[in-house]
Design a protein around this ligand. Structure first.
Ligand SMILES: C[S@@+](CC[C@H](N)C(=O)[O-])C[C@H]1O[C@@H](n2cnc3c(N)ncnc32)[C@H](O)[C@@H]1O
Length: 277
């Protein structure tokens, strides 16, 4: 039984690092006219009302996008995207990953959106079924990914963004991406993960480091745990296989300052190659 609903978390600091990285990746994809495929394994419900009961209950956007929307370090591509979603100038709506992919979609670019939760899939169908070249799959994204690669067009990007509410998600992410990579080693794979005090994600990164896959970049923001904190999320990261040229430098330019703005004085960013060429 899945209980995670992204409406409670939209626009939080995890979304900021995830979506600004995706905006930078899409911008790089646009450097060539050749169309690309985008595969979203955990799409969620397209976009979110930041004034909804769910969003107001947690107030997470207030500690995320609201803190940095005018920050000079925020990449321009991501800022423009959020502003395009809020033409009145007031930050009311937050685009989720399918909306971001659609914002960057050009003629010929194809989107494949997967989601397992019934309600989120209905929302996805209602909001995205008229988008051009967009297929919506009501299915398990971990299983679905290896089944649909290599995609057509073969140039492409995957976002895997599990909620990790079930601990087996860590193993499933490793297996799914490793298996897809065997069939399609040129794709860009972006995996979001939480940085936790009791860190399960490190085990997942260790596994990727030993997997034989080359060119793996990781970018994390994280704060120090407080003395009385024994569990919980203190940051988040993106692991990117086959990152576009200079993505590491672009993230290095913005994340250190954004980590402080989002997570407080002890906030730091770490951008490193887990595995090189
Ligand atoms: C973190 S949210 C996704 C947010 C979205 N990617 C974004 O950036 O706006 C995770 C989503 O995955 C869905 N989900 C959970 N397990 C799944 C699975 N095995 N396959 C596909 N979707 C799943 C949840 O219902 C939820 O909507």
């Amino acid at each position: 039984m899945l209980s995670y609903r992204h409406a409670y978390h939209a626009g939080n600091h995890a979304d900021v690092i995830k979506h600004l990285t995706m905006a930078l990746i899409f911008q790089s994809m646009h450097k060539k006219a050749k169309p690309y495929s985008y595969i979203d394994t955990h799409s969620g419900g397209v976009d979110y009302d930041l004034l909804s009961e769910e969003a107001e209950k947690t107030g997470e956007a207030g500690e995320g996008i609201v803190r940095v929307i005018d920050h000079p370090a925020l990449p321009e591509s991501y800022r423009e995207l959020i502003k395009a979603y809020n033409p009145s100038g007031v930050l009311e709506y937050y685009p989720g990953s399918p909306a971001i992919a659609h914002h960057y979609q050009r003629a010929g670019d194809k989107l494949q959106l997967m989601e397992l939760h019934n309600n989120e899939t209905s929302t996805l169908k209602r909001k995205a079924s008229r988008w051009p070249d967009t297929a919506i799959h009501h299915r398990d994204g971990f299983e679905g990914l290896p089944g649909i690669v290599p995609p057509e067009p073969r140039r492409g990007v995957v976002l895997m963004d599990p909620s990790y509410e079930i601990k087996s998600d860590y193993d499933k992410a490793i297996k799914s991406i490793s298996s897809a990579y065997k069939r399609w080693s040129t794709g860009v794979y972006a995996l979001w993960y939480p940085v936790l005090i009791a860190d399960k994600s490190q085990m997942m990164l260790d596994s990727f480091e030993r997997s034989g896959i080359r060119r793996i970049l990781v970018a994390e923001i994280c704060r120090e745990a407080q003395e009385d904190e024994t569990f919980g999320m203190i940051g988040s990261g993106m692991m990117i296989i086959n990152p576009p040229y200079q993505l590491d430098e672009e993230l290095q330019q913005c994340l250190p300052e954004l980590a402080k703005a989002l997570l407080g004085e002890t906030g730091v960013a770490d951008i490193r190659w887990l595995v090189g060429e």
